[in-house]
Design a protein around this ligand. Structure first.
Ligand SMILES: [Ca+2]
Ligand SMILES: [Ca+2]
Ligand SMILES: [Ca+2]
Ligand SMILES: [Ca+2]
Length: 303
């Protein structure tokens, strides 16, 4: 008997003296490896012995009878893996102390005991196991890829019902024109004009706003670009000295001075088609300003 070995001699005597007790395990009830069996054993252990030495058969249930004795001794360390549920253990190996997935609140599945003698519900099936089982809409934080937006809302936090039967949309929000946030099908909402400005829309200045029904941007307060307002804006290529950063090369020429006409289009009359540094030439006139046609270098434009 395992429980006899580790205890002190005197205790061995006691334990062994008590051993005959498990007679009860021979009865139909006692063969049940359930919590009831435990209680019976306790009672047995405290009662005097029946004087039945024939009952030393080492069944798993019987091994369990040693634990109450051990804890009473206070001298035997609990050992996870010995098949006996000690005081500090919720289970041991195949002995789950009568617990089942159902008793742990699940619908079914296989309850097991982990290597640290703790109940392992990972193979249980039902609400709360962190897996969406058949018949469940979700399970805890596991929403199966669903979100407020996927179920028809615009924003917010989707959650799962306590019984896993459905997702909870209480914290989801709907798009509403006037809430100041561009959501749903809205083009804009109040001051949220999707990053656009009067300038980005081709106007000279002004404040861009949003239509009351959020369906479109309101440019009524934008100031139209006018050729003559002193700035290159709107569809204008240029205005006055404001060439919008362009030069003759941008306009397709080799060099020269780009200008702006009175109608805000480019004036390229001072732009030049000419040979640039290192290009062939026949006379100085072929070369762009600042260079001459150098015979020494084989008739190439040269500074
Ligand atoms: Ca144990
Ligand atoms: Ca589940
Ligand atoms: Ca809105
Ligand atoms: Ca202008």
């Amino acid at each position: 008997m395992r429980h006899c070995a580790p205890v002190a001699l005197a205790l061995v005597a006691l334990a062994c003296a008590v051993d005959p007790e498990p007679l009860d395990f021979d009865s139909p009830d006692a063969t049940d490896p359930t919590a009831e069996g435990w209680e019976e054993v306790d009672t047995d252990a405290s009662s005097s012995d029946d004087g039945d030495p024939a009952d030393d058969g080492a069944t798993p249930g019987e091994a369990g009878t040693a634990d109450p004795d051990d804890s009473a001794d206070g001298g035997t360390p609990d050992t996870c893996g010995d098949g006996t549920i000690d005081a500090s253990e919720a289970c041991d190996s195949g002995d789950l102390g009568g617990a089942t997935c159902q008793s742990m609140g699940f619908d079914g599945g296989a309850l097991t005991c982990d290597a640290s003698c703790r109940i392992d519900t990972s193979a249980c099936v039902g609400c709360g196991n962190g897996t969406i089982d058949d018949g469940e809409a979700c399970d805890g934080a596991i929403l199966g890829g669903q979100s407020c937006t996927s179920v028809g809302f615009e924003d917010g936090e989707l959650s799962c019902a306590d019984d896993c039967s459905e997702v909870i949309t209480d914290a989801c929000t709907v798009a509403e024109c006037g809430d100041g946030v561009r959501n749903g099908d809205e083009v804009c909402d109040a001051a949220d004009v999707a990053g656009a400005t009067c300038l980005s829309l081709g106007f000279a200045s002004g404040d861009l706003t949003c239509a009351d029904d959020c369906s479109e941007l309101d440019t009524s307060a934008c100031v139209a670009a006018v050729c003559g307002d002193g700035a290159q804006n709107g569809d204008e290529a240029c205005e006055g000295d404001d060439l919008g950063g362009s030069d003759c090369v941008d306009a397709g020429f080799d060099d020269g001075e780009l200008g702006c006409s009175g109608d805000c289009t480019f004036d390229t009359s001072a732009c030049l088609i000419c040979q640039q540094f290192g290009e062939d030439c026949r006379s100085d006139a072929d070369c762009c300003p600042g260079m001459h046609c150098d015979a020494f270098f084989g008739d190439l434009c040269w500074p």
